[in-house]
Design a protein around this ligand. Sequence first.
Ligand SMILES: Cc1ncc(COP(=O)(O)O)c(C=O)c1O
Length: 483
Amino acid sequence: MNQDKTPLFDAIMEFNERRPAYFRIPGHRFERGINQRWRDVVGDAIFQFDLTETPYTDDLHNAEGSIAEAQKLAAEVFHADQTFFLVNGTTCGNQAMVMTAALEGETVAIPRNAHKSALMGLIMSGAKPVYIMPQLHETWGLHGGIRPQDVKKLFQEHPDCKGLMVVSPTYYGVCSDIKGIAEVCHRHGAILMVDEAHGAHCYFSDQLPEGDLIQGADMVAQSIHKVTGSLTQSSMLHARFDRVDRSRLEGNLHLVQSTSPNYLLLTSLDMARHDLAMRGKELIANAVELAKYARDRINAIPGIRCAGRELIGTAGIDDLDETRLVISAADLGVEGFRLEQILFDEYNCDVELSDYKNVLAIVTFANVKEDIDRLVDALEDIARRFANGTPLEEGKPLPPQPPAFMTPRRAYFSASETVAWEEARGCISAEMIAPYPPGIPLIYPGERMTDEVWAFLDEYRRRGGHLQGPADPKLNTCRIIKE
Ligand SMILES: Cc1ncc(COP(=O)(O)O)c(C=O)c1O
């Protein structure tokens, strides 16, 4: 296919040249109805892309024209049988994948460190989850990979399992052996779904882990907006149809996507694909090179470390996306949470997330050397300031997985009540509770709040950690199932 084409962009340009008297939604009529203060800053052209299903602009839910062509071009680039554009992020891609892999009451395997959108998929589908725990990398205090032998064991224990989801690369750039896992899944007639939210750039560099679809995944969801050049909330779901039921997947995508998809987002996917297809190798090489420069400089700073390829072969880690900079000042006694704050407040460097030991900086093709120099110069200064610090104590290991009493769907739709946090100990949780980022749930709806989980969360909330999932994010109260 001619990857130099941009079908959706071209269709919108043609439509706008015609400039018809417009009586459809959206009501702002190109740019005329947009707040003037906003127009003065961003200009008018951008609003002319905010359209709907016109005779030129196709229909995401029944694509036959410019969107269908844009999706076909993307499918070729990402080695898929079919690509679906998503306007509600990989969040809705994960939901649709989980619902496609297993019906109500059927078993599906989800990694315990899955993004919360996998839980949403479980609630919608009524599938019965079995959880698979990734290895833990003790030194760095982060989750490693899932190994093919773990998956083999899972199928021995749950031979009726219809599908497995794996997150690879993770937020931290950690990759599992997807090729090996795909073989095990397919031998058991199960579908392999990969949450590749953080991995779209991997298809454009020999120096990065191989793309998951190339390695044998049946469906992958990618946040094109996270690592390449599309707008926030725009993602893609790629599928191979050897095992996946196409019409079920399409039906599920109707369920999770708006009937008014945003054409700015859709166009941004078309344009990001164009860039990746035409000069993706050169763009991503820039990210790889900048990250290498950063890692080398950071690892020369006394007391500060940046994780690298030495992690491969440990904790189930099969490969590593080196454009993720996992940086630790733990040897200087500086917690990741504090390091993130110091970097922002005192050095004007904004990193993606922090945990007890690390901060995570994401390097993309659009970063410039000056960004890296600012970050590394800041780290050098921080290392001097904290040179006499005492190394951090080891982080507390995560509590064991609590026992489940009902499916997430049944729990979600059961009668629940709000109790003081102190009273939640020992009760069945009605909500997912995940320290965020990176959003790994310690408890799912329908699981018992064990002493260990309660104590871990209690300490976390006292320290003011950010929690996702609970109705009360400060966790002064908690929702439990009425028993
Ligand atoms: C592993 C993972 N999966 C899925 C998502 C959701 O992606 P999106 O923000 O595109 O909806 C995220 C978001 O941070 C994520 O980290």
